[in-house]
Write a protein that binds this ligand. Structure first.
Ligand code: NIG
Ligand code: FE
Length: 424
């Protein structure tokens, strides 16, 4: 079979190829297929052969102008999938970060008009060009840290016009950037200033105007809601998400982050693709997820950045059979890292996941959480040739070495698109 790209003599090739239908759960999550002295061959941006170098070389015929990379002593994994981010915003919020470190809570800052509403005021007065330029910088950083597919949420517009503006920026990024982008409508991120005394009016605007218009223009694959005490309660969230589902959007939830009001249960009941955060998920919530196809997306970067006392009970969730994924939650308020590498380290130290579980949670399972698993998330024949070459002696070093960029090269659709933090 023809190939025009061969990565060979890989120290450890980690395929994340699932042996059962993904997402992986329970003990399957701790299983990785690893080839020592492995190789991957690709043609026209797709993977055509995977295995031991000697075996792959027997199967392929390199065409004229092929490229060969030697990856001796390195690790190769699928490109990482960041399944929960908010990368389009006008400005960073380091002032609030400092206020929190000096004693104010995230919710106190939000109730005083800061937080998400602060970002909303700024996004509304910022041009699409400026938002696009800001987000491009962060997507470049994501790619440089090994992320090749990103879910990107709106939610800093909170009016029909500004939410559409933000989703159009996401569309422009999807068209221009090497990273693949899956768009999510998060109009239910917060109640905007002009509706503070009329929450029901804002829910009505979401249901009657914003969701139908966004679905009609095909600006989003998912609809998300911040289901939280004092933001969108269970009844509001159900109304909003039922309308979104009726318009063909798939569902995601910010659930059980600060006060446990049953967000995970609602997500499972409505057949959501994922329920994210889950720092304070209840036993009933864990049961509900384990008996559903809803993936639990854990965001330990937020636990770290907000210095939260509650951590998602990840081990208990795995033992109960919940399908888990990990993401950065990259945003200016609660998690300011665009790198999944530090999230891998936090998942080990805070959530007590093994290296194998962590790698599955940022590849095949996170691809399932954004419905791109038939194309990406594992190194297997027929899939897009999205791969990362890591400066690591073995995959267990990936969550272990932290605070540095371990990426040597990132391949997107069979082409080198980043050399990590080094100049190309
Ligand atoms: O996922 N929890 C709600 N939304 C974001 C924070 C957004 C912000 O503070 O700007 C989150 O943590
Ligand atoms: Fe978030």
């Amino acid at each position: 079979m023809q190939a025009n790209l061969l990565i060979r003599h890989i120290g450890q090739l980690v395929t994340c190829r699932p042996s059962t239908k993904p997402p992986l759960r329970g003990s399957e999550l701790n299983h990785l297929e690893v080839f020592d002295d492995g190789a991957v061959a690709c043609f026209a941006g797709r993977i055509v052969a995977v295995g031991k170098t000697t075996e792959v070389e027997k199967q392929i015929e390199l065409v004229f102008d092929s490229v060969i990379f030697e990856a001796k002593g390195q690790v190769v994994t699928p490109g990482l999938v960041d399944c929960h981010t908010h990368p389009v915003f006008a400005t960073t919020r380091e002032d609030e970060f400092e206020m929190r470190n000096l004693g104010k809570s995230y919710m106190e800052i939000a109730e005083a008009g800061g937080g998400i509403r602060n970002s909303v005021r700024k996004l509304r007065e910022t041009s699409k060009e400026k938002l696009f330029a800001n987000a491009t910088t962060y997507l470049d950083l994501m790619l440089a840290h090994g992320t090749t597919t990103v879910e990107a949420k709106s939610g800093y517009g909170l009016s029909t016009e500004s939410e559409i503006k933000q989703l159009e920026v996401i569309q422009m990024l999807a068209e221009s950037h090497s990273v693949d982008i899956v768009p999510t409508f998060l109009g239910a991120h917060e109640v905007p200033d002009e509706y503070r005394d009329n929450r029901a009016g804002y829910v009505g605007l979401l249901v009657d105007e914003m969701i139908p218009e966004i679905a009609r223009r095909k600006l989003a694959v998912f609809s998300d809601v911040f289901c939280e005490r004092g933001v969108f309660e269970i009844e509001d969230s159900e109304k909003i998400q039922s309308a979104a589902a009726a318009h063909g959007l798939k569902l995601k939830f910010h659930a059980d982050e600060i006060v446990g009001i049953g967000g995970a249960e609602l997500a499972a009941r409505l057949g959501a693709i994922s329920a994210d955060h889950l720092e304070v998920i209840s036993d009933v919530g864990i049961d509900a997820l384990s008996q559903s196809n809803t993936i639990g997306v854990l965001l330990p970067g937020t636990v770290h950045f907000l210095d939260m006392k509650n951590r998602p009970p990840a081990r208990r969730m795995i033992e109960s059979g919940v399908a888990l994924a990990l993401a950065t939650d990259f945003n200016p308020g609660s998690s300011a890292t665009p790198s999944l590498q530090i999230i891998m380290n936090f998942a080990a130290t805070m959530l007590k996941l093994t290296a194998a579980e962590i790698i599955n949670c940022v590849t095949i399972n996170s691809a399932c959480a954004v419905l791109t698993h038939s194309e990406v998330g594992s190194i297997e024949r027929g899939k897009q040739a999205d791969m990362v070459v890591w400066n690591a002696e073995n995959y267990r070093q990936m969550p272990y070495l932290y605070g540095i960029n371990l990426v040597d090269k990132v391949f997107k659709k069979g082409r080198v698109v980043s050399h990590g933090s080094r100049a190309a």
